[in-house]
Design a protein around this ligand. Sequence first.
Ligand SMILES: Cc1cc2nc3c(=O)[nH]c(=O)nc-3n(C[C@H](O)[C@H](O)[C@H](O)COP(=O)(O)OP(=O)(O)OC[C@H]3O[C@@H](n4cnc5c(N)ncnc54)[C@H](O)[C@@H]3O)c2cc1C
Length: 466
Amino acid sequence: MAEKIARQKKPEQDPQIRRTNFLEVSGNYSPEQARREASRCLQCKNPACVSGCPVGVKIPQFIQRIKDGDFAGACEIIRADNYLPAVCGRVCPQETQCEGCCVLGKKGEPVAIGNLERFAADWAAVNTAAEARKPALPRAERAQSAVKVAVVGSGPSGLTCAAELNAAGFAVTVYEALHELGGVLAYGIPEFRLPKEIVRREIKNLSAAGVRFETNAVIGRLRTVDDLLKSFAAVYIASGAGFPSFMNIAGEDLNGVYSANEYLTRLNLMKAYQPDADTPILKGRRAAVIGGGNVALDAARSVLRLGAERVYLVYRRSRAEMPARREEIQHAEEEGLEFLFLNNPVQYFGDENGFVQKALIQKMTLGEPDASGRRRPAPQAGSEYELAVDTVIVAVGTQANPLLKNTTPDLPTDKRGYIVVDENGRTAKKGVWAGGDIASGAATVILAMGSGKRAAKDIEKYIRSA
Ligand SMILES: Cc1cc2nc3c(=O)[nH]c(=O)nc-3n(C[C@H](O)[C@H](O)[C@H](O)COP(=O)(O)OP(=O)(O)OC[C@H]3O[C@@H](n4cnc5c(N)ncnc54)[C@H](O)[C@@H]3O)c2cc1C
């Protein structure tokens, strides 16, 4: 009988060391390890993993190429369906998608599809960079003849839509409000999970392929969507859902209380961790991060890396309901994050200078499932206690920024401010599509990419039939 091969582990920095630096937590497979892991794939005739992937990557085929040692070929197969494999290999929730459907997972451990995707993407980036993402048409030819399309927002949804439309021969301009491109991939997810170099590399490839980028370009301020429609045949809105939500409890206006988005943006884009940064950040000793998703964990692990002695993750449900990726929860635990499950803040108190000093926390119990299917937390009367903290980071969700809605009166939005679209991302406003978090509400990188791809196909159809 053939030897049973165990799922291959990626190398990782020691938790005690990595909690003091911002370097990437996990390393990559060696080529031998990748081929070994690839050889675990059963090459199913009806691969369930593919139906678990929101963009339908041909998983068995790329894994077979890795097994055969054709790493560039493997990356090419992935890229046909997924423009950002090095990103997705690192941040996709594989356990609920492709790997969650792998038949090997029924009795043991699924094939490490995410790790293999990352391996192929990183290998190709180093070894085949010049060949990557050739433009469909030479740049000069396109500049004179091509129909123009505008994309608002440079997150994964905008980048994917731009890549697809560019490859189809359109002249694409991406407008980004911030000074750096990449959306959450740049300003949200920290370096230790997704090195910014990877995001820059993908954007450089797109730029070399002919996509134009304009940063510091806030659509709705500099120009409206209607202005864009005067010079572009179509507009794709992918402005994300980066507007922070707060709990609206007393003391949230104290110094030292941040939204996770503000905290992570200061850290990632404005280098706030450097002593001479223009936008310094309070380096707390005792921090409470409120929430249980990827955003909360990213913020909590960042404060830890800035030198906090104790970091509490305060979550009103239990571990089983945490929406964060399983791997990130495990990494956070190893790094010494203290989880306060079934706990919820009800008030913050400050010192005489208005700096947060302590949180009043209430214990919770779980009741019946709510609309999301997760058990609804209910407060336990008389269970309040005080927790000394000098930093609070609120990561309880985000919403749509109302700017585009307010400056585009005939753009249909739902009652929460998200743009209403059909299955192809088309809005009821002529020439305007939308996708990613601004249409779905806060979701995932791969879902945002999938909607960008569908919209690009529909935009192409619309322009060609005009
Ligand atoms: C901290 C954090 C960690 C996360 N971790 C994960 C993870 O591990 N795995 C996962 O799958 N998902 C994760 N997510 C969710 C994922 O990143 C998002 O679902 C995804 O980025 C949405 O993509 P998008 O393109 O729709 O929007 P975004 O990535 O939000 O990009 C939108 C862009 O539009 C720009 N913009 C906004 N308004 C305007 C305007 N008026 N004019 C011009 N530009 C504008 C913004 O500045 C931004 O750059 C995380 C999110 C956060 C915040």
